[in-house]
Ligand binder design. Structure first.
Ligand code: C2E
Ligand code: CA
Ligand code: CA
Length: 548
């Protein structure tokens, strides 16, 4: 029934076009007749309906018009005899042939032109790399399905080790390999279409009515697992690591783009370098939304002065006094949920905003130095700085300028760099640290023991202090860890360094560390990080004997 209607529709549309063309022929004919013009003008004008015919109906259209026109100007029609009195049959036959050839060529050219145009359009909708359709096609395809309220599944694939593959495999081989692998995956589904999102990201649209997220998961799981094993490409044996995120059109989403983004976010879970397959989870989307919110509002926090500093006292076991304090950032989010510094600092590091944040921190820490002195508080302030900042030439220059401008000695500050982020071959970092050390500023290695290069760091960087991570302190009762800490303290002392134990929470931990000869203690056992006014009173009332 439907088909009949469609066919009927097409036929009536074609009939309308043919009628329109015929009418055009008659109109032109009449114009020529009315103005009593030369026959040549008629022939030129005849090209117009032929072109229109070719446009609507290709070669058939232009040839049809050629036939109609030749009939209209045939000596057999009374109408044609109005132009001329001596209409010769031989001349007419030549004209018929001419019309037919021109009609055919026009139709053919327009057909080729249309083909070329279609190809150009199609190229725009395809990825130059994989030749799969791209987002420009995926979005309208999804829009159409959404409009018809049809159910479907989207699978977002991330090729995790894309960079490594590109490094080791010749471009064309890699492209063929990726296309082959995704085509193979596409073929396990009944009705799936692969789209390219970027070089290393692909989206499958699965329209199979019998498919749901769980079935899709079960089908893909062995493939994702197998993809972590070596694949053979030409002479290479290489891993093809995939992460996949599955969402169905039945979840809450606003636009097709929104649904694709949700699938992408879902696929980005877990360790960045590991394979994985994940089903839609609203919680995860909410978490990512929070990250976006943090990334966008952090800059406002900086401008509006919503960041502030807390100080955690560090107790020196020899002098039995608070001799330093670690400056720890906090974010006053007003009525919004609080965010742990570990999270917003990580986001600031990943977005590059950390440079501005650290500048803010240093400016305020210097101001606090003068406030501390005004309150007779004589301590060294410890500042956390990431290695990325220390290798930034402009940043080092800025630090030098502010120290000169505020006329403060760098020896009143220690710098903490986390061992985890120290890259193995940073000669620039070493150079900057050497310069800082010359100014009297001390260098601390934070979270010591949690990175990969602990001993290399000790040997290469001009380190004064190591901060033993709370991971070890919390396990100090385990025999092996106990021995390790003891030996480490001795070792650091032998090379002229100082050890701070971080995360000391109990008297027992404190006593063990004291007996081992640890130099300084930082942790909740003495005090949590404090706001400045609380720090003043803690400092002024501090009595070491209360903790013994
Ligand atoms: P971190 O540099 O290792 O700082 C020590 C963290 O351990 C602080 O967490 C502190 O509150 C916590 N801590 C201290 N004593 C104890 C204890 O006895 N038990 C336990 N469980 N925790 C203890 P916080 O303030 O949440 O900071 C987390 C991380 O955020 C910091 O780790 C540091 O990496 C980063 N951070 C904080 N402020 C700054 C900053 O100004 N700049 C940079 N780059 N990073 C910062
Ligand atoms: Ca620290
Ligand atoms: Ca630490």
């Amino acid at each position: 029934m439907n088909l009949k209607f469609i066919r009927g529709n097409i036929i009536s549309k074609s009939a309308f076009k043919i009628l329109l063309l015929m009418l055009t022929c008659f109109v032109i004919n009449y114009i020529v007749f009315a103005v009593n013009d030369e026959f040549g003008s008629l022939q030129l004008l005849s090209l117009i309906p032929m072109l229109i015919g070719a446009f609507f109906l290709n070669i058939f259209g232009s040839v049809l018009i050629a036939i109609i026109l030749s009939m209209l100007y045939s000596p057999f029609l009374y109408f044609s005899n109005l132009y001329t009195t001596n209409f010769e049959i031989a001349g007419w036959v030549i004209r018929v042939i001419g019309y037919l050839v021109i009609g055919f060529l026009l139709g053919l050219s327009l057909k080729e032109l249309k083909k070329y145009h279609k190809k150009l359009l199609d190229d725009k909708l395809r990825s130059q790399f994989s030749n799969f359709y791209n987002l420009l096609k995926l979005i309208p395809d999804l829009d159409a399905l959404n409009e018809k309220k049809e159910k479907y599944i989207l699978v977002f694939f991330n090729l995790v080790n894309n960079d490594e593959l590109r490094k080791y495999i010749e471009f064309d081989n890699l492209r063929n390999f990726i296309i082959d692998e995704f085509t193979k995956i596409q073929n396990i589904f009944n009705d799936a279409q692969a789209y390219s999102y970027s070089f290393n990201q692909y989206v499958f649209l699965i329209k199979d009515k019998g498919m749901d997220e769980k079935k899709c998961y079960n089908l893909l799981l062995p493939i994702i697992k197998a993809s972590s094993k070596s694949c053979i490409i030409g002479n290479y044996s290489i891993n093809f690591l995939l992460k996949a995120g599955i969402v169905s059109s039945s979840i809450n989403f606003t636009t097709s783009k929104d649904l694709i983004q949700k699938a992408r976010i879902i696929s980005e879970q877990g360790n960045p370098q590991e394979v994985g397959i994940y089903l839609y989870k609203q919680d995860y989307i909410e978490e990512r939304k929070l990250y976006y919110e943090i990334a966008t509002s952090l800059i406002d926090a900086l401008i509006n002065n919503d960041l502030y500093i807390m100080y955690q006292p560090i107790v020196d076991l020899k002098s039995r006094k608070i001799d330093s304090a670690e400056a720890l950032l906090r974010w006053d989010r007003k009525d919004k949920s609080p965010i742990a510094p570990g999270l917003f600092i990580t986001i600031a590091e990943e977005t590059g905003l950390i440079l501005e944040i650290t500048k803010w921190l240093i400016t305020n820490v210097i101001d606090n130095y003068f406030n501390f002195r005004a309150h007779s508080i004589d301590i060294v302030q410890t500042i956390n700085i990431s290695a990325v900042e220390l290798v930034d030439f402009k940043f080092s220059k800025w630090v030098k300028n502010i120290i000169e401008e505020k006329q403060v000695s760098p020896s009143n500050f220690n710098i903490e760099i986390t061992e985890r982020v120290i890259s193995s071959n940073s000669s620039v970092l070493k150079h900057t640290l050497d310069l800082l050390k010359k100014t009297g500023c001390k260098i601390e290695i934070d979270d010591f023991g949690t990175g990969y290069n602990s001993f290399k760091t000790l040997g290469e960087l001009p380190t004064d202090i190591i901060k033993l991570d709370k991971y070890f302190i919390h396990r100090i009762n385990e025999k092996q860890i106990h021995t390790m800490i003891k030996c480490l303290i001795e070792l650091i002392h032998k090379i002229g360094g100082i050890v701070i134990a971080e995360g000391v929470e109990t008297k027992e931990q404190f006593k063990i560390l004291e007996n081992m000869g640890c130099d300084k203690i930082q942790g909740f056992y003495f005090s949590k990080p404090l706001e400045i006014k609380d720090f003043y009173s803690y400092y002024n009332n501090f009595d070491f004997s209360k903790y013994e």
